[in-house]
Design a protein around this ligand. Sequence first.
Ligand code: FES
Length: 169
Amino acid sequence: MTAPIDAEPRIAPFPPHLRALGVPEGDAAFEAVLDVAELPPGSMARVSRDDLDVLLAHTSDGIAATNDRCPHMSAPLSIGELDGCVVACPLHEGRFDLRTGDPVRMPTTGGLDPAGVYHPTWTPGGREPKVDPPGKKAQARALTRIRRFRYYPVRVRAGRIEVALPSTP
Ligand code: FES
């Protein structure tokens, strides 16, 4: 049976332990941020409230909301690319799975994965190997740890995407 065309989009589940900190329970935490029609399947959008930038991604598992900051060095993922549930960062070619919050490809700069395992720098195929001169910058790159995504609960009401956001002081 095929779903009706105007069926509400699915909401992507996320690991419960990766719920964003500071998001209260209950209906009051949800805010309407975007029309459903503005986020077709396969697309991403940034919505901002005060200094919080939220990434909305319509993945193959449904709509997910997390910070619009790459878990590597904070680049805006909303201008990257979405392939299924994997978002590609526009800055250092890192790829991250929105189902698990984990990297599926480390950034070109290398560094530490969420478990603290070191990965060296790498060069995409077809390019000259990049030399990483030793020094503070190389040390900083090597010690930069990728964090797992933190997620904001999402729901759809009356054609609007609502996201549960932290309360503002
Ligand atoms: S900032 Fe995204 S991979 Fe480096």
